[in-house]
Design a protein around this ligand. Structure first.
Ligand code: NAD
Length: 453
């Protein structure tokens, strides 16, 4: 059977099972969520091994950065699903006060989830949790760049969840484009902006609502009033988690000139404190990415400091600081997605804010400084999220809406928002069969005194 036939068959079956009402009831949805939780619990060793194979991430980091987050979302969904599913009644004009007027949440249909490689299990399953809470069935397309994680999902998940509920379709761009030629209740894509455009174009052909969770350059401002040693430690921790290959990672620093020297020295100190004298961090994902990062350093006009020696054979790329970077530098063109931290200087809050606002809206903005400075950046800049005096930790608060704005994506998810994103809010009016005189104002001949106006 050719791939196309496999995909058509999977799409047909997952669509039929959706229409059979397989996930409609509260009990069915809870069973699915509990099965998914057992899958994550039981398969932790297999998942952590796969994550190590794909990304070089060690066991505890795999738990910290992927699995633990899923448990929080699963427990929250299991605890709150019954209340999320309750129909919502609403205030109505008196003429309808005898009728039942409610808003009910209905599943959208079979959904397509397309996942990236950088957190290949977490970012595949977080949207699946949302889709299942809402009662949908799912076609899940993990990333071909994380083949071991894809194998775990494809081979072990069916032991916990019926393939009529979630069907994993391994593959790369070709398979994704075939999947995109078909209709869904929603497409949920996490990845880079270039592929995001391909997804959105394809979705236009089938008029499928589409959520895009994209990347971008997350600015990090270090301004007057910052606790510089603490800022440096938090920033470099967030930057180097998963070797900088995190959509929420601080991409570059806008530092007050008076603080730059202390900031750079504090980062160097924090590197030894966090990673030991060798400052050894996780490798990058592939030779392609290693070469891309290395060529950025070949072309930057900034001053490079590296906390180790790059090694192409082992895909090791050391923590790298680049000072003296200008806005038009090669490091400031695209998301770095690696352990290189460019440091620019901005003389005051106004210029830092103006700089951020001159760039496409990022997934997140981070700001370290006085309370007034933090407040100004929160109020005067646009981004998916914003943290004062820390980085990346918004991911640990599962009820925060998660997602981008403008160039960094469309739609927010997690928690109750995921349930709403994958549901259709249907207005339902159930009227009395008789008592027609109550709403007779609508019938001709019209009478101005009887119109509600
Ligand atoms: P990517 O866009 O290259 O790939 C994402 C998915 O698209 C994969 O499943 C891949 O198979 C598929 N794909 C790749 N090329 C395609 C094509 N030509 N046609 C159709 N499908 C195609 O992204 P990536 O490299 O896996 O992930 C890194 C990017 O994702 C970064 O930009 C990062 O910031 C972003 N990201 C965003 C979030 C978020 O939540 N906003 C989270 C993680 C990663």
């Amino acid at each position: 059977m050719s791939t196309s036939k496999t995909i058509l068959k999977a799409h047909r079956e997952i669509t039929e099972s959706f229409h059979s009402g397989i996930n409609r009831t509260l009990q069915a949805r809870l069973n699915n969520l509990r099965a998914l939780k057992r899958f994550v619990q039981d398969c932790e060793p297999a998942m952590c091994r796969a994550l190590y194979e794909d990304t070089g991430r060690d066991y505890l980091q795999a738990i910290q950065l992927e699995l633990a987050i899923m448990f929080v979302d699963l427990d929250d969904a299991i605890a709150n699903l019954a209340s999320w599913m309750k129909p919502r009644s609403l205030a109505v004009p008196w003429t309808f006060s005898m009728d039942q007027c409610r808003v009910i949440s209905q599943p959208l249909g079979p959904v397509l989830v397309i996942a990236p490689w950088n957190y290949p299990i977490l970012l595949a399953l977080l949207p699946v949790i949302g889709a299942l809470t809402a009662g949908n069935t799912v076609l899940l397309k993990p990333s071909e760049v994380a083949p071991a994680s894809t194998r775990v999902l494809a081979s072990l998940l069916p032991q916990y969840l019926s393939e009529n509920v979630v069907r994993v379709i391994p593959g790369g761009p070709r398979e994704t484009q075939e999947l995109l030629s078909l209709s869904y209740g929603r497409i949920f894509f996490t990845g880079g902006p270039a592929v995001g455009k391909i997804v959105l174009r394809a979705a236009a052909e089938t008029m499928t609502p589409t959520s895009l969770e994209l990347g971008g350059k997350c600015p990090t401002i270090v301004g007057p009033g910052a606790n510089v040693p603490v800022a440096a430690k938090r920033i470099i921790w967030g930057k180097l988690a998963n070797a900088g290959q995190t959509c929420l990672a601080p991409d570059y620093v806008l530092c007050h000139p008076d603080l730059q020297e202390e900031f750079v020295e504090s980062v160097k100190k924090a590197l030894v404190e966090l990673y030991g004298p060798s400052r050894k961090i996780q490798r990058v994902v592939s030779e392609k990415h290693w070469v891309r990062l290395n060529s950025l350093l070949d072309t930057t006009a900034g001053n490079i400091w590296q906390g180790g020696k790059p090694d192409k054979d082992s895909l090791y790329f050391p923590p790298t600081l680049v000072t003296g970077v200008e806005a038009d530098d090669v490091l400031m063109q695209d998301e770095i997605f690696g352990p290189i931290l460019p440091i620019l200087t901005t003389p005051d809050w106004d210029s830092a804010i103006a700089f951020v606002n001159s760039c496409p809206a990022p997934l997140s903005t981070y700001v370290f400084g006085s309370s007034e400075g933090v407040r100004r950046v929160i109020d005067d800049t646009m981004s998916g999220s914003c943290i004062g005096n820390d980085v990346v930790l918004q991911m640990a608060v599962n009820n925060f809406p998660f997602g981008g704005v403008g160039a960094s994506g469309m739609d927010m998810y997690r928690g109750h928002l995921s349930f709403k994103l994958f549901s259709h809010e249907k207005s339902v009016m159930h009227r009395f069969r008789g008592l027609d005189w109550i709403s007779s104002f609508r019938y001709p001949p019209l009478n101005i005194r009887r119109l509600q106006y």
